[in-house]
Design a protein around this ligand. Structure first.
Ligand SMILES: *Cc1c(COP(=O)(O)O)cnc(C)c1O
Length: 400
């Protein structure tokens, strides 16, 4: 008998810490316990390790290289959500003092952005939520049209976490620069998958997270271009150049530095390898009975596939796949803990029936072609069994 397989295909949710990242972190979890603010050797070593990680991030993003204790554009946070909150609330509160109380974003951002914008609306800010087309794409012209005299910030995600669509970030950045409006992008899913150059792409603020790129959980970065006034996130000690107080998570920061260096070392080759796995799945299921690919077929993350299968409920699909050793994700209602299916899928114009039957497969460097083959082998049978039990499917097929 074949040994039971396990295929982890939910890398857009989180990733496994890589060997090199773990190795880089280990010394800082025990012997490197010094406080980076202390002046004796143990403290100085921790501080040097942290500043090395900051330089690794700066290089990966094309940010200005900082020196020890000098000005920097890279601030360590507790993750992507914190970076999104800091960027959006920080700019909003700072520019509100100049009468700018309008924000432009899209309907299909991550909740860390959408709920932050909703919180600002309660404070009296106005938010324009731009729609996306059926493939999940925004146009820079639409962003341009939405910008007003009182617009403080445009926040558009680089790549979508559910359907993988990659937005025209350089074009949007150019529009914002021309209009004199600050531009933030949630690049949590994009880092390591597409080449990012904050200067060339006119990105003013950018969020990223370590655990989506084989780094540890609970650590991320806010990039904030030099010269932008951002209120302190946490008042207290002088950590993070006085802007985010609290003794630093050195092991996490070192892990993030290693993860981003590895992820960005050879993006074209890594992306090409991932695209092979992704396109295998796309070709296997594009002609499947009552199935649709969600998101743009080409302008999408190299390792991310999102299909909807009519007559299937996402949660049942995930549980059936789990029983076969496959870990994946869905934008269905139950899995997200709310009655409505994913706002991202609905924003593409999908009906609830289609949105409920969605399946996201997201690969990383650790997946192989055999993983894709196993999913291709298992999935049709699972869908067939679920459809055979579905009253919705019975209705659909009876109408034909
Ligand atoms: C995962 C994710 C986040 C949140 O990052 P955390 O580090 O988990 O807080 C934000 N935005 C996007 C697009 C994500 O995929």
């Amino acid at each position: 008998m074949e040994e039971k397989k396990f295929v982890y295909a939910d890398n857009s949710a989180t990733t496994r810490i890589s060997g090199p990242v773990l190795e880089a972190m280990l010394p800082w979890l025990q012997e490197g316990y010094g406080n980076a603010s202390s002046i004796y050797r143990k403290g100085r070593e921790a501080c040097a390790a942290m500043e090395h990680a900051r330089n690794q991030v700066e290089r990966a993003l094309g940010a200005e290289l900082s020196r020890h204790e000098g000005p920097t554009e890279v601030y360590f946070t507790s993750g992507g959500s914190e970076a999104d909150n800091w960027a959006i609330k920080g700019v909003a509160h700072s520019l509100a003092l100049k009468g700018k109380k309008h924000i432009v974003t899209s309907v299909f951002e991550h909740h860390a952005v959408l709920h932050t914008c909703a919180a600002l609306e309660k404070e009296g800010f106005e938010v324009t939520y731009l729609p996306v087309d059926t493939a999940g794409l925004l146009r820079a012209e639409d962003v341009e049209k939405a910008i007003r005299e009182d617009t403080a910030l445009v926040s558009i995600m680089y790549a979508n976490n559910e359907i993988g669509t990659i937005q025209p970030i350089a074009e949007i950045g150019a529009v914002c620069r021309r209009k004199g409006v600050l531009f933030h992008t949630d690049a949590v899913q994009a880092v390591g998958n597409v080449e990012i150059d904050v200067k060339a792409q006119n990105i003013d603020l950018l969020s990223l997270s370590a655990h989506k790129i084989h780094g540890p959980k609970g650590v991320g970065v806010l990039y904030c271009r030099k010269g932008i006034r951002l209120p302190n996130l946490i008042d207290g000690g002088g950590q993070e150049r006085g802007r985010r107080a609290g003794t630093e998570n050195i092991a996490g920061i070192v892990g993030l530095g290693q993860a981003i260096e590895d992820a960005c070392a050879d993006i074209p080759a890594r992306a090409a390898r991932l695209r092979v796995l992704r396109d295998k799945l796309i070709h296997a299921f594009e002609g499947f009975d009552h199935a649709r690919l969600n998101g743009d077929p080409v302008r999408r993350l190299p390792g991310s596939v999102n299909f909807s299968f009519l007559g299937v409920e996402g949660e049942s699909l995930l549980l059936s796949l789990d029983a076969m050793g496959i870990a994946a994700s869905s934008g269905s209602a139950c899995t997200s803990g709310s009655l409505d299916p994913s706002h991202v899928l609905l924003s593409l114009g999908l009906t609830h029936e289609w949105a409920h039957g969605s399946l996201r497969i997201s690969f990383s460097d650790e997946n192989t072609e055999a993983d894709a083959d196993y999913i291709i082998q298992v999935l049709p049978g699972v869908i067939g069994r679920l459809r055979a039990m579905s009253p919705l499917w019975e209705k659909i097929t009876a109408n034909q």
